[in-house]
Each structure stands twice: as structure tokens, then as C-alpha cells.
Design a protein around this ligand. Structure first.
Ligand SMILES: *[C@@H]1O[C@H](CO)[C@@H](O)[C@H](O)[C@H]1NC(C)=O
Ligand SMILES: *[C@@H]1O[C@H](CO)[C@@H](O)[C@H](O)[C@H]1NC(C)=O
Length: 198
């Protein structure tokens, strides 16, 4: 990819991050990433709960493939992440073994973010028209923004499964030793309306 296209994409990502938010300082604090510390997760980490316990959203660095989204439990030191890109046929999984390659999503206040229901058919339009202002989960090696998605498994206990979303694509995640995807899911967004009047 040419450096000018790269620069344009980076600029677009940056402006998406601060756009339509009336309070830029607050926007910067809406969420942030801390180093993952297995056994003692940060107290301001964003969590999900299901019958397996509390889980966390991590950004995992995969050499030559960029940053992708995974799910870990408190004591976990390694994670399988599914690499997401605009290819509909690819579902490659990588095991990230080092906690130095993992960062956990944190927020000062959990009402600054929320889960927004969408699908592979709708997400592109919602991004382009700024209907949603998603939390940036990573950037793949094609300089595409990687967002954070979740879906409840169809098994009886309905555990939450977390993975990566790219543009018009399905949510891609890893569960039970396999990598898979979902067409209908929820994407993590910033509640920029919380800034109105503030
Ligand atoms: C998608 O990612 C896979 C795995 O990294 C890679 O082999 C493939 O070339 C990528 N394709 C596109 C179109 O991004
Ligand atoms: C990663 O996936 C492999 C199989 O695909 C599995 O054997 C292994 O236990 C998984 N590791 C984690 C940490 O989920």
C-alpha cells in the first residue's frame, strides 16, 4: 500500500475517533488500553459476565497481521485470535502466547461505551454515515480498522464470545478450539451522546 493511502487511512481513523464529539478531552478518556497482567486484571477493565465467569476484551498483536481482538479470562496468559480482513473466505486463527503482546480494554466509566446491535449487511453503512462511533480495537496489516464485536453463543448457557469486525464483514472469533464467525452481532460503540450539553 502506498504511503499516501496509508496516511489517508490513518487520518481517517484519527478523525473518526474525534469526530462528532463535542468534548475532545472526554473523547480521549472514553476508553484506553492497558498492558494485560494475567492473574491481576486492571480494576478499570471493561468486563463481560457469563456462566464461565468474568472475561476481558484484549487487543492482540499478531506479527505480520496487525492488531486483532480477543477474549481472555483473569488467569489467561495466551489467547487465540481470528485475523479479520475484508476477505470473506479467510478465517485464520493465531495463538498469541506472550502477555506483552496483549492489551486489555479499560474505561473510567462503563456508561461511556455500549453494545450496538448490527450485522455484516448493516455495519458498513452505519460506519460511513456515523450512526455509530465504534471503539477502535486494532488495525490489520492492510490498514483496515478492526472493531470489537460480541455474540451470545447458541448453546443453552449463552456465553458471550468476543472477536473482530472489519468493515462490511462478519464478526470473527474463536471458541471451543475452532475459529468461526457470525453475521448478526453487537459492536462496541462510544456513547458520544453522553457529551451533549456537557
Ligand atoms: C486476510 O488475512 C489472511 C490471513 O492473514 C491472509 O492470508 C489473506 O491474504 C488476507 N486477505 C485479504 C483480502 O485481506
Ligand atoms: C487455542 O486453540 C487450540 C486449537 O485450535 C487449542 O488447542 C488451545 O487450547 C487454544 N488455546 C487457548 C488459550 O484458547
Amino acid at each position: 500500500m502506498s504511503t499516501s493511502v496509508e496516511a489517508l487511512i490513518k487520518l481517517t481513523l484519527l478523525s473518526a475517533f474525534v469526530s462528532s464529539v463535542c468534548c475532545v478531552n472526554q473523547a480521549v478518556l472514553e476508553y484506553y488500553w492497558r498492558p494485560w497482567t494475567p492473574g491481576s486484571p486492571p480494576s478499570d477493565a471493561i468486563t463481560l459476565r457469563d456462566y464461565r465467569g468474568v472475561s476481558y476484551i484484549v487487543e492482540a498483536y499478531v506479527p505480520n497481521h496487525g492488531l486483532h481482538v480477543g477474549q481472555v479470562f483473569a488467569n489467561q496468559q495466551e489467547v487465540n485470535v481470528t485475523v479479520a480482513n475484508t476477505s470473506v473466505v479467510t478465517n485464520t486463527v493465531f495463538l498469541v502466547r506472550s502477555s506483552t503482546d496483549l492489551k486489555v480494554l479499560c474505561s473510567q466509566s462503563l456508561d461511556k461505551v455500549s453494545w450496538y446491535p448490527t450485522s455484516n449487511a448493516n455495519v458498513q453503512n452505519e460506519l460511513v454515515t456515523a450512526v455509530i462511533n465504534p471503539v477502535l480495537g486494532g488495525v490489520n496489516n492492510f490498514n483496515q480498522a478492526v472493531y470489537i464485536g460480541r455474540v451470545a453463543a447458541t448453546t443453552t448457557q449463552r456465553p458471550w464470545l468476543i472477536g473482530s469486525v472489519v468493515k462490511d464483514n462478519r464478526l470473527r472469533y474463536h471458541f471451543g478450539g475452532i475459529t468461526t464467525s457470525a453475521a448478526v452481532y453487537e459492536i462496541l460503540v462510544v456513547n458520544s451522546n453522553k457529551c451533549l450539553g456537557g
